[in-house]
Ligand binder design. Structure first.
Ligand SMILES: [Fe+2]
Ligand SMILES: [Fe+2]
Length: 315
């Protein structure tokens, strides 16, 4: 079969909603785009463990500690599913981690902001996991089978993450004036970076059109961002908190919340490595990897022992 036939057969499958699997023929650019997207996603999960991991020892009660610990562990698990999904496309996990640790690969820029107070554990769960869910619900139907199946599992856990965050804030806003102020301060700092999580606006986004045709993405950045704002504003109102946007207003005709301009200079600056925590996050991630070497060695030695025993027992 020539290249053109292969390509039209591939696109036809996608159009008919048939999943592309690891051993199927696929265009190089599809493979490349997905490796980049899935690995960035995996990196975001594991780097995302850092700002919250910092607060496990400082959680205000045993219940909060257990919930946060479970949440942070989930994120590590998400990283694992996603690295495994990326590996089905022919890259090794070592290679992907190497790209992360040397600063070649990107991860979600939201994790380059610092988590300064306990209320930030609330705002991160509510807004950051909330924004991630908007994106990930759509990715459950992405055209690449292993990625889509990983996302189905991840989405189940994400809604727990969002609720545990919202509940932290709900408790704070019902507490003392200082606690409510802490919740408001946290919303003030996390609101705009959360909107930036959806990426550049559609007019500026370079990969979008092809990704939509391949059904890697199914909704544009701006559509997802709007859906997030529409879902989140009433939740902020219920908390009695003010969204830090003087231009925010309800449009009766469109049925959407209109919001003010996003500071894209800030976004690109953080993406380029100049956010408050970029260096710290990368250093912590590299340290965690190096300190975990003995765990990987032990697991490998155990697997080899088990293999050897099996070889002796089975004739
Ligand atoms: Fe996650
Ligand atoms: Fe999460």
């Amino acid at each position: 079969m020539n290249q053109q036939d292969l390509e039209s057969r591939f696109q036809d499958k996608i159009d008919r909603e048939v999943k592309i699997e690891a051993k199927d023929w696929m265009p190089d650019a599809y493979r490349k785009t997905l490796i980049r997207q899935i690995s960035q996603h995996a990196h975001s999960e594991v780097v995302g463990m850092l700002p919250e991991g910092n607060w496990i020892t400082r959680a205000p009660s045993l219940r909060r500690k257990a919930a946060l610990l479970a949440k942070v562990q989930d994120e590590g698990g998400h990283g694992l599913y996603l690295y495994a999904a990326a590996e089905t496309m022919g890259v090794s996990r070592d290679q992907l981690l190497d790209e992360l640790h040397t600063g070649k690969a990107k991860y979600s820029s939201i994790f380059n902001y610092p988590a300064l107070s306990w209320a930030d554990m609330g705002a991160i769960g509510w807004l950051v996991d909330g924004a991630a869910i908007m994106n990930q619900v759509m990715l459950q139907r992405t055209s690449y089978g292993p990625y889509s199946r990983a996302m189905i599992r991840i989405c189940k856990e994400e809604s727990f993450h969002q609720r545990q965050g919202y509940e932290i804030l709900l408790t704070l806003v019902r507490g003392s004036a200082e606690q409510k102020a802490m919740a408001q301060d946290s919303l003030n700092r996390w609101w705009w970076p959360s909107l930036m999580m959806f990426g550049p606006s559609d007019a500026e986004s370079t990969h979008s059109a092809q990704s939509m045709a391949w059904k890697i993405k199914r909704k544009s950045n701006d559509v997802l961002r709007q859906a997030f704002v529409d879902a989140t504003v009433p939740q902020a109102q219920y908390l009695g908190l003010t969204i830090p946007d003087p231009d925010l207003k309800w449009n009766e005709e469109t049925g959407h919340w209109e919001f003010g301009p996003i500071d894209w200079d800030e976004f690109w600056n953080v993406v380029k490595g100049n956010g408050i925590c970029n260096r710290q996050r990368l250093r912590d991630r590299v340290n965690a990897h190096e300190e975990g070497a003995w765990v990987r060695d032990a697991a490998l030695a155990y697997a080899e022992k088990k293999q050897a025993r099996k070889a002796v027992v089975t004739p």
